[in-house]
Design a protein around this ligand. Structure first.
Ligand SMILES: C[S@@+](CC[C@H](N)C(=O)[O-])C[C@H]1O[C@@H](n2cnc3c(N)ncnc32)[C@H](O)[C@@H]1O
Length: 263
């Protein structure tokens, strides 16, 4: 959908104390942009930040970086943040504009992100556009570079093709699923922050796929530029489900997928 340009968005962002106009200048130094150091969580493609604003308000234990390529939607995200905080100072959020196809220009190994949120990333249904997906190995292999060990990616989509292909992307890039469901709203997973696109798909009666993927070691060498989707027959049979809604037990400890603030 084409959005009409918002003349007010850029001036409001330029005047916003928590807007980072040149994200490449703070590469490896994101944590220092916050008054207090806390685990870093970045949302890639935050859009208007309808749900992001509420999530940031409810989780002062994280420092959030909400990013999008469009200054117009970031203008809305700023207004939504202001509305959610109701005049209270906003200390655990930064907004920034960047093209995440080149994520490693804006983040470096020192940034040690603990969580990346991808909600309703553009599905790019044509095979020739597949590399533009924010879960494609070309992206995931960049994210690995600046994510902490055992850090997580939280991924939501309504799109069945993107969802199934992404199971392969996560697998070949060494991200293991901790939690997966084909119907987020029926799964009991909380807290779930309903995004603008999610509300739209809910109204259409579409189920929402959701997964949490943890960075582990790479299963083998991979060249993300030359990588091609393998035949499904050559992949582990459980990769495409059925997905259990039960959090996986690891080393005797239940992964608490219910708790956003799990440290
Ligand atoms: C379908 S919208 C989803 C927005 C929001 N997360 C939601 O769920 O309502 C996808 C968003 O990703 C942004 N986006 C797409 N490609 C991007 C890229 N390469 N870098 C940064 N943002 C991107 C778009 O501008 C758009 O705001």
């Amino acid at each position: 959908m084409h959005m009409r340009k918002k003349k007010w968005a850029r001036p409001e962002l330029d005047a916003c104390p928590y807007f980072i106009a040149d994200p490449q200048t703070v590469r490896n130094h994101w944590q220092e942009q916050f008054p207090v150091a806390r685990p870093l969580c970045a949302e890639f493609g935050c859009g208007k930040g309808v749900s992001t604003a509420q999530m940031i308000r409810n989780h002062p234990e994280f420092n959030f970086i909400a990013m999008d390529i469009s200054p117009d939607v970031l203008g809305d995200a700023r207004r939504n943040l202001e509305a959610a905080f109701q005049g209270e100072p906003i200390r655990n959020a930064l907004l920034s504009r960047c093209d995440l196809a080149r994520a490693n220009m804006f983040f470096g190994p020192e940034d040690q992100l603990e969580r990346i949120i991808l909600s309703f990333s553009n599905p790019w249904p044509k095979r020739r556009h597949e590399k533009r997906r924010l879960t494609h190995p070309r992206e995931l292999m960049q994210y690995r570079e600046f994510m902490a060990d055992h850090a997580e990616i939280h991924f939501k989509t309504d799109d069945p093709e993107l969802w199934l292909d992404s199971q392969v992307y996560f697998h070949v890039c060494g991200f293991r699923p901790l939690f997966r469901t084909d119907d987020l709203h029926a799964s009991g997973y909380t807290p779930n922050y309903i995004t603008e696109h999610e509300a739209r798909f809910m109204a259409e009666g579409k189920p929402i796929h959701f997964g949490i993927y943890q960075k582990t070691s790479l299963p083998g060498p991979i060249n993300p530029t030359l990588w091609q989707m393998p035949n499904r027959a050559d992949l582990p049979s459980d990769l495409f489900g059925p997905f259990s809604d039960t959090p996986i037990t690891e080393g005797g400890e239940i992964h608490d997928a219910q708790n956003f603030g799990r440290a």
